[in-house]
Design a protein around this ligand. Structure first.
Ligand code: SAM
Length: 280
């Protein structure tokens, strides 16, 4: 197996620092450095980019990102046990790795980053969706990031790239595809991780579009899709009652039939509905 750097193999790092995986922190580690370098390559050309990584753990993906040429990596890790291993990587790549100990949900990384910025992470499953929604729904667009390259459970990845009419289609598909290009770029079996999770995983690459595909206010669209997909199988007019009292009129203006269900309506229809609600 070819070496990507001069640091010890990850199995040794884990043994040296006694990093037994904790389920409560969503810890399923990637130990194959050729695989982590391959995931880093899915993020595109990293030369000249700052990379935000959430949950570096023992640093497999971090090493991949650095060996693939990231200008700087800012890594936010909640588990203090990982810091000594991450400090060894920081020493091997002087001035290119900054590690912040803490909860990614509470930390504003922007003060530490210089554009262009890419995000790459093997996300902890318990906070992955919440972070993705935050990155997709800033008030202003374009966002701070140029691209997101993220590992999810395969079922979540499928929800991000889903098309209307499919079972996986919902809030995540709409929020992701409205202002980004989203694609599954890699699939991984449970055995790629230590310990292996119960389900397969996939890497999704999202590239921020310069402009949303269709005009709409982010807050209104978010409210509509949250309510619209909150009660699956219900007709949209029933799920959206709370969004606007005269929602049937707004639906008609947007070209949506009162009997339509949320999972049948394409992105364009939801954006038209958001505009109709705001114009009323
Ligand atoms: N990147 C490593 C890899 O690929 O081997 C570890 C990935 S593991 C799936 C998720 C990592 O996220 C763990 O190291 C865990 O400690 C960390 N983590 C969990 N919750 C976190 C949070 N709220 N903020 C920051 N890191 C978190």
């Amino acid at each position: 197996m070819s070496q990507i750097d001069t640091l010890p193999p990850l199995r040794d790092v884990i043994a040296t620092h006694d990093l037994s995986a904790r389920k409560s922190l969503g810890q399923n580690f990637l130990l194959d450095l050729n695989l982590t370098a391959k995931i880093a390559r899915q993020a595109g050309d990293l030369t000249g980019c700052d990379v935000l990584e959430i949950g570096p753990g023992p640093g497999g993906l971090t090493r991949g990102l650095l060996s693939e040429g990231a200008r700087r990596v800012l890594a936010i890790e909640k588990d203090p046990r990982c810091l000594p291993a991450l400090n060894e990587i920081a020493q091997a790549y002087p001035d290119r790795l900054q590690v912040i100990e803490g909860d990614a949900l509470d930390i504003d990384p922007l003060v530490h980053l210089t554009p262009p910025i890419r995000v790459a992470a093997n996300l902890p499953y318990n906070v992955g969706t919440e972070l993705l929604v935050r990155w997709l729904t800033p008030k202003d667009w374009p966002p701070f990031w140029d691209s997101l390259t993220l590992m999810f459970q395969r079922e979540v990845a499928q929800r991000i790239v889903a098309q209307p009419g499919s079972k996986a289609y919902g809030r995540l598909a709409i929020l992701a595809q409205w202002r980004a290009e989203a694609e599954i770029v890699l699939s991984l079996p449970p055995g790629a991780f230590t310990p292996p999770p119960k389900v397969s995983s996939a890497v999704v690459h999202l590239k921020a579009l310069a402009e949303p595909r269709f005009p709409a206010k982010a807050a209104t669209l978010s409210r509509i899709v949250a309510a619209g997909f909150g009660q699956r199988r219900k007709m949209l007019r029933a799920s959206l009652k709370s969004v606007a009292p005269d929602i049937e009129d707004r639906m008609r203006e947007a070209g949506i039939k009162p009997t339509d269900r949320a999972e049948q309506i394409p992105l364009e229809g939801f954006c038209a509905l958001a505009r109709a609600v705001d114009a009323a």
